[in-house]
Design a protein around this ligand. Structure first.
Ligand SMILES: [Fe+2]
Length: 296
C-alpha cells in the first residue's frame, strides 16, 4: 500500500440519508475519485434534484480537481446514487463497483420483475474483483471485497485511507445490517476481521459510509483501524463470530426497511439510471406489493 503522498479527503454529509460522499484527491496531480454520491429524491412526488451533487461539483470546481472515478462501495438501499449526474459533468470519469454486483442484479431483477435490466454489470465502466488495483495519480488504490451487508460490497484502500462503505461505521455505532437478500452476518464478520482488521495497519485512516450520530452527537466520519479494533461496539478485535452473528440477527430483526429501498435499488442496479421511459416518455419505478419486508 502506498502512503506517499497521502490522499486529501473531503467528506460531504447528506443529511436526509445520513450518507457520506467522499471526494478523495491525489495532492500532486489533483486526480480525484468521488465515492458514494447521492441523488436527492423526494419520495412523495417522485422528483429528483441535485442539491447534494451540486455541493460535490462545487468543491471539485473550487479546487480545480480532475475527477477520474465515480465509485460505489455497493448497491445502496437507502439512497439513490448521483453517479449519472456526475458522469454528465465529468464524462471522462469512470464509474465502478464490485464485480459481484451481478448477483445483486439477478436477485432484484427477479424481485422487481425487471425485463430491461441486464444482470451483467454492464451499467458500470469498471467491475472490481478482490485485490484489484488502480492508480489515482501517484496514489495506489486497492479493492477489498467485503461481503456481508450485501454480497457485492467492497472497501477502497486509497493510500493510507480505507473507505468502508457499509461494513463498519464509527466505533460508537458499530456495523451495517446484514438482513438484505444475499446479506450474511457471518460474511460481514469475516470481511471485517480478515479483510480490514487483518490486512490493514492500525494507523490506517478509516472513513465510514454513513454516520447516524448516535445520541444526537455531532457528525463524525473518520477514525482508524486501531480505534475500530479497540472499541467498535459491535465488532472489535475480541468479538467472537457467534456473539456478533447473534447480536446482529437480533438487531436486524427489529429494523424496518429503509425509506427509499424500493426506488433506490431500481435506480442503483442500473448504475444510477432511471428505468427505460414508457411510451409517454416518463420513467416509472415499481412497488412490489407484499413481497419484501416482514408480514405484520
Ligand atoms: Fe448500504
Amino acid at each position: 500500500m502506498s502512503s506517499d503522498p497521502k490522499p486529501r479527503v473531503h467528506g460531504i454529509f447528506h443529511k436526509g440519508t445520513s450518507t457520506m460522499t467522499f471526494i478523495v484527491t491525489d495532492p500532486t496531480s489533483l486526480a480525484t475519485v468521488i465515492l458514494d454520491s447521492v441523488l436527492d429524491y423526494d419520495a412523495p412526488s417522485g422528483r429528483t434534484s441535485n442539491e447534494h451533487n451540486e455541493k460535490v461539483a462545487e468543491y471539485c470546481r473550487v479546487h480545480s480537481l480532475d475527477v477520474r472515478y465515480i465509485l460505489e462501495t455497493h448497491v445502496h438501499a437507502d439512497h439513490l446514487t448521483g453517479a449519472m449526474y456526475l458522469k454528465g459533468l465529468y464524462p471522462d470519469a469512470k464509474t465502478g463497483i464490485g464485480s459481484r454486483v451481478t448477483e445483486v442484479q439477478q436477485t432484484f431483477s427477479s424481485i422487481f420483475n425487471l425485463s430491461d435490466l441486464r444482470a451483467d454489470g454492464s451499467q458500470f465502466d469498471l467491475l472490481f474483483d478482490d485485490g484489484d488495483e488502480f492508480s489515482l495519480g501517484s496514489v495506489t488504490c486497492r479493492v477489498i471485497h467485503t461481503p456481508g451487508h450485501t454480497p457485492a460490497c467492497v472497501c477502497y484502500v486509497i493510500g493510507d485511507a480505507v473507505f468502508t462503505g457499509d461494513t463498519i461505521f464509527m466505533p460508537d455505532f458499530g456495523t451495517a445490517r446484514c438482513d438484505f437478500p444475499g446479506g450474511s452476518s457471518f460474511d460481514l464478520y469475516d470481511s471485517v476481521m480478515t479483510g480490514l482488521y487483518g490486512k490493514l495497519d492500525d494507523s490506517t485512516r478509516v472513513f465510514v459510509g454513513h454516520d447516524y450520530q448516535p445520541g444526537g452527537r455531532e457528525l463524525q466520519f473518520e477514525t482508524t483501524i486501531g480505534e475500530e479494533k479497540r472499541s467498535n461496539k459491535q465488532l472489535n478485535a475480541t468479538t467472537s463470530k457467534d456473539e456478533f452473528a447473534a447480536w446482529r440477527s437480533e438487531r436486524d430483526g427489529a429494523l424496518g426497511m429503509p425509506n427509499l429501498i424500493l426506488p433506490a435499488l431500481q435506480v442503483n442496479l442500473r448504475g444510477g439510471r432511471m428505468p427505460t421511459p414508457e411510451s409517454n416518455g416518463v420513467s416509472y419505478l415499481k412497488i412490489p406489493v407484499n413481497l419484501i419486508g416482514r408480514e405484520k
